[in-house]
Design a protein around this ligand. Structure first.
Ligand code: ADP
Ligand code: MG
Length: 447
């Protein structure tokens, strides 16, 4: 492609994209020549490169390929020649990488295995992620990671992507959220570029789709996802999926997709326990100390936080950051008093944190049944008793009313809940095992 052709291509885009978009995103681009089958495009800033790559990458590639059919990829380079990243090849960062990543979402460079703290609740998920990141022969496909918000799913996926591309820079690893998948799919439909879409997705070596629950109920997206998925599995390409719940708990998902998702290895990230939270805090406090070298932190503060903030890791991290910033502002050492002062709202929010769903999950885990069996209609004793236990705990540990609890148990009547609660109260008096179970569950939930 010549500079003239590039000029004409750019000018053509002004009509397609409108003057504003053109001015902001396309006009600043300069054609930097060909590098084999790669068209190099110079961008003034990393940010612009990322944006253009994500939003107009496919479009540009198409236009360029129409002029020169040898072009397979576009590489966006920051114009002054200073590469924004220090990693040798951040495969998934569009701003500086090759065409594979044309469709990849950016990876957070802090999300690596090095920074991931392993504990009981996440050790299986971590081990599975590590295995996949070795990039050996595909042994389970897909790897399906699930767990509640802020428990490290995205972190692990990024860590896999980093590790894979570091081991093998030629591997094309595509990471994106299910939402982005849908967005691209819809865009391809609208622009009548389905062939390109299919080709792109089917040409990757590793596909990672984050938060796949998002495509539930979105029928044509599900359908396309299913085909992409199958095509890649047939080629023995590794697929890694995350969701906020297990495949069989995602509503409005087609059965054939559900069973496909279950066909590999399904592992969950459990809610954090005290030890893991403390470990994470200890690992993150180093970063804070580096930033505020003069700040002292009392013994016991981290333990206090790990004990009191049991929601999710994101909240925990946020609390630590805020604590250091606050202490530095007021020029005081970090002790318990300052901590309680600075984080009063977080601590208060954490106090009443036990939710009906948490209770249901814990109880299901404890009795080794599924969450859906706790909520569902089945009356088998093996489900009915744990269900009553969960109802009892909801009554005891939350401020929810009986009708509210009933609603959350698959729309049951409040009298059913009342009956269940009474039944467990009785059993608790008679049955030492039941009493012990309840005590265990209560402690686990409060942990
Ligand atoms: P999810 O995708 O499951 O909602 P994320 O992966 O985004 O959660 O994690 C939320 C935050 O918590 C991130 O900043 C992440 O680095 C951090 N985090 C979660 N689990 C761990 C862990 N085991 N070790 C270190 N950091 C963690
Ligand atoms: Mg996530």
């Amino acid at each position: 492609m010549t500079q003239e052709q590039w000029g004409a291509l750019q000018a053509g885009l002004e009509k397609t994209l409108g003057q504003n978009n053109f001015k902001t995103w396309i006009k600043p681009l300069e054609f930097g020549g060909m590098d084999g089958s790669v068209a190099v495009i110079h961008v003034p800033t990393n940010f612009l490169g990322t944006y253009v790559s994500q939003n107009y990458g496919d479009l540009l590639l198409n236009k360029i390929a129409a002029i020169n059919s040898d072009v397979r990829r576009i590489q966006f380079k920051v114009a002054n020649g200073i590469q924004p990243q220090t990693r040798p090849r951040a495969a998934a960062e569009p701003a500086q990488s090759n065409g594979d990543s044309l469709v990849s979402a950016p990876l957070d460079r802090r999300f690596t295995f090095d920074t991931f703290v392993v504990g009981k609740p996440n050790e299986l998920a971590h081990a599975a992620a590590r295995r996949v990141a070795e990039g050996g022969p595909v042994t389970f496909n897909p790897l399906f990671l699930y767990g509640g918000v802020g428990l490290g799913k995205t972190h692990l996926m990024h860590a896999i992507a980093w590790e894979l591309t570091q081991r093998n820079p030629h591997l094309s690893v595509l990471y994106l959220s299910a939402e982005q998948f849908m967005y691209r799919f819809v865009q391809a439909l609208r622009d009548r570029r389905m062939m390109d879409f299919k080709e792109l997705f089917r040409s990757v070596d590793v596909l990672m789709v984050d938060d796949v629950q998002f495509i539930a109920g979105k029928d044509s997206t599900q359908e396309e996802f299913f085909h992409t998925f199958n095509a890649l599995v047939d080629q023995n390409k590794q697929i890694i999926i995350s969701a906020d719940r297990a495949p069989d708990e995602i509503k409005d998902l087609e059965n054939r997709i559900r069973s496909r998702l279950q066909s590999g290895l399904v592992v969950d990230l459990h809610p954090t326990d005290y030890e893991l939270r403390l470990g994470i805090l200890q690992s993150k406090v180093g970063t804070q100390k580096a930033q505020y070298p003069d700040l002292e932190i009392d013994d016991g503060v981290l333990e206090f936080l790990a004990h009191r903030i049991s929601t999710n890791v994101r909240v925990l991290e946020g609390a630590l950051t805020r604590l250091f910033a606050f202490a530095s502002l007021v020029g005081k050492p970090i002790n318990l008093e300052l901590t309680q002062d600075c984080l009063a709202d977080v601590l208060r929010a954490s106090d009443r944190k036990i939710s009906i769903e948490e209770i249901q999950r814990k109880v299901a885990d404890h009795y080794n049944i599924r969450l859906s069996d706790i909520i569902g209609p089945k009356r088998l004793r093996a489900f009915a008793r744990p269900r009553q236990v969960a109802m009892y705990l909801c009554k005891q540990m939350t401020s929810r009313s009986l009708p509210e609890i009933g609603r959350r148990f698959g729309g049951r009547d409040h009298t059913t809940v009342m009956h269940g609660v009474r039944r467990i109260e009785e059993l608790r008096m008679q049955d030492g095992q039941m009493d012990e179970d309840l005590e265990l569950l209560r402690r686990a939930l409060e942990a």
